[in-house]
Design a protein around this ligand. Structure first.
Ligand code: GDP
Length: 565
């Protein structure tokens, strides 16, 4: 990756010190986002295609390249290999310049090289709280939808987290190169099921399965009009950037005939129902710009990058626990959003990933850990993507940095340079998997207890207890079931205890209160626990039982948690 040239400061920064101008300019050219999708929608393919467009790699396939790679094989990686999943990807950073100013994606200043941070959302069987936590580290999300399948469960859950956090969402309808649903039907589904108004910036020319190109819809005064036709040409296997031709509407009509006319009519119809882009509504999470694409053929991928650059917000101020903003040009601060331990057993390392909120990060600087007040030396700072680890020398707001051997750091923690700041903790998300954890023998109980406390404080799983079950068999609650295996593997490797894990037959958790506790415990299929943060949770066997109780005993408190199904 080449070193980006320092961008010019904007006139509004005049009067600020040079260091402040530098941070503001660096923040302004950054876009930090995540892809939210259901497994198989094409997230890996899209990631490769985006990187290809940004010229990080010259041919798609290199990021996830498996052949000929020598790697340290740790237990973790064994687990990764066995399951064919990637537990270690975290963030991909690349430079991108919108090719033409005046394009929908160009930000009007052709000189600016943008820095794109794509933060990975673990999403297959490794779906866990981390998947949700990543969304606390981004400024925008790309909701990737399979054209044949529409909205799927995992996408919906992640979307709810975006909505809850006010993260603007750009919708990408993928796999348009193969037969799928009608575009208007897909848009209706988004509108009706999640109450998000889709506002296509581009409209597909050619039905799903016969993808020829994209019609660019006008904005502002030209809202809805077909402004341009971007015609794509297939390359072998989609391994290279698909060549694009830019045609006027007249040329498009000549080239595509009725197919163009149909697309142009549909694109205009959308305006009649108010489906035109409005930046304020997009930032408020009420509308979502839509792009049709084929990640595999590299169609529409440049348009996704251009849209991110043009519309997604750059890193901005973040509110601290007292609701006071920490501005991007204030002294350094960052939030830890993910901790990964045991990725490399040879080194017993523990990586804490932080997102820079304000100021400049320089490797080696000593920062303060807000939760303990202790100094933290940042000698080992990395970026991790796939199996690649690269040392980071400095980073700006929006960037993701991995800190090695960060034993005291947990998700939600703050690091800062004076003046002090502490950001609000990351909320716990609604667990859907529950299991009892038991020590193998009484003699190991002390170690067991220590391990449980440590993994709980790291946020690997949520630990629930109640008087009936007692301390020796706490209940683990997690967003994804793989977390239980992570707990077992880490307890064994790091604490030399081999716990027993028994699944527990509950499927949902709801927040409750002391006034409802006794009555809830009397119900069949319900059990109340105290989570380590003091919150009372009622675990319920299934949604029908929940509906029944809510109907029969409407006075009991049973509130959904974030991302509840
Ligand atoms: P992920 O699980 O979301 O990361 O999905 P992948 O990127 O691994 O893609 C899942 C499958 O869909 C793979 O077989 C891809 O080759 C295929 N795929 C991804 N994008 C496209 C696309 O645009 N068109 C077609 N036809 N297939 C695609």
């Amino acid at each position: 990756m080449s070193t980006p040239q320092a961008p010019a400061a904007s006139p509004t920064d005049a009067g600020k010190p040079a260091s402040s101008r530098e941070v503001l300019a660096e923040a302004r050219r950054r876009r930090t986002f995540a892809v939210i999708s259901h497994p198989d929608a094409g997230k890996s393919t899209l990631t490769e295609a985006l990187a290809l467009h940004a010229k990080v790699i010259s041919e798609a396939g290199a990021v996830h390249g498996k052949a000929g790679r020598k790697s340290t094989v740790s237990d973790w990686m064994e687990m990764e290999k066995a399951r064919g999943i990637s537990v270690s990807s975290t963030a991909l950073q690349f430079n991108y310049s919108s090719p033409e100013s005046g394009e929908p994606g160009a930000d009007g200043d052709a000189d600016i090289v943008n820095v794109i941070n794509l933060v990975d959302t673990p999403g297959h069987s490794d779906f866990s709280e981390d998947t949700y936590r990543v969304l606390t580290a981004v400024d925008a999300a790309v909701m990737l939808i399979d054209a044949a399948k529409g909205l799927e469960p995992q996408t919906l859950k992640l979307f709810q987290v975006c909505r809850h956090r006010g993260i603007p969402v750009i919708t990408v309808i993928n796999k348009w190169d193969r037969p799928g649903r009608a575009p208007l039907e897909l848009l209706d589904e988004i509108d009706e099921r999640i109450g998000l108004t889709p506002t296509p910036l581009f409209w597909p020319v050619g039905i799903a399965g016969d993808f020829r190109g994209l019609l660019r819809r006008g904005t502002g005064d030209a809202a809805g009009e077909a402004v341009e036709y971007i015609r794509f040409t297939r390359t072998a296997g989609g391994a290279k950037i698909a060549p694009e031709e830019n045609l006027s509407p007249d040329e498009a009509l000549e080239r595509e005939g009725d197919t163009w006319t149909e697309a142009a009519e549909e694109a205009e119809l959308l305006s009649a129902s108010g489906q035109d882009h409005d930046q304020e509504m997009f930032l408020a999470g009420q509308t979502s710009p839509v792009i049709f694409a084929s990640a595999m053929l590299n169609f529409g991928v440049r348009q996704i990058l251009d849209t991110l650059v043009a519309l997604a917000p750059p890193p901005g101020a973040r509110l601290d626990i007292a609701d006071k903003p920490r501005n991007v040009d204030d002294a350094f601060s960052a939030v830890v959003f993910k901790v990964q331990a045991g990725m490399d057993t040879a080194h017993r390392d523990r990586l804490a990933f932080m997102r820079v909120v304000s100021g400049v990060f320089e490797r080696g600087m000593v920062v303060t850990h807000a939760q303990t007040g202790k100094p933290f030396a940042t000698k080992y700072a990395l970026t991790v993507f796939g199996r690649e680890r690269t040392t980071v020398e400095n980073a700006y707001p929006g960037d993701v940095v991995g800190l090695v051997n960060a034993t005291a750091l947990a998700p939600g923690h703050t690091l800062y340079v004076e003046p002090k700041v502490e950001f609000p903790p990351i909320p716990s998300f609604a667990p859907e998997h529950f299991a009892i954890l038991r020590a193998e023998s009484a003699s190991k109980y002390k170690q067991f207890r220590k391990a449980v406390d440590q993994l709980d404080s790291e946020g690997v799983v949520q630990i629930l207890r109640n008087d009936i079950r007692g301390d020796a068999s706490p209940v683990m609650a997690a967003v994804g079931p793989m977390q239980f295996e992570v707990v077992a593997a880490r307890m064994k490797a790091e604490y030399n205890v081999d716990p027993k894990i028994e699944p527990l037959g509950y499927a949902l958790a709801r927040r409750t209160d002391p006034a409802s506790e006794v009555e809830l415990n009397r119900q069949r299929g319900v059990e109340v626990f105290t989570r380590s943060d003091g919150v009372l949770l009622a675990l319920v066997s299934d949604k029908w039982r929940l509906q029944y109780i809510q109907k029969e005993l409407p006075d009991l408190t049973l509130e959904p948690l974030v991302a509840a199904t």
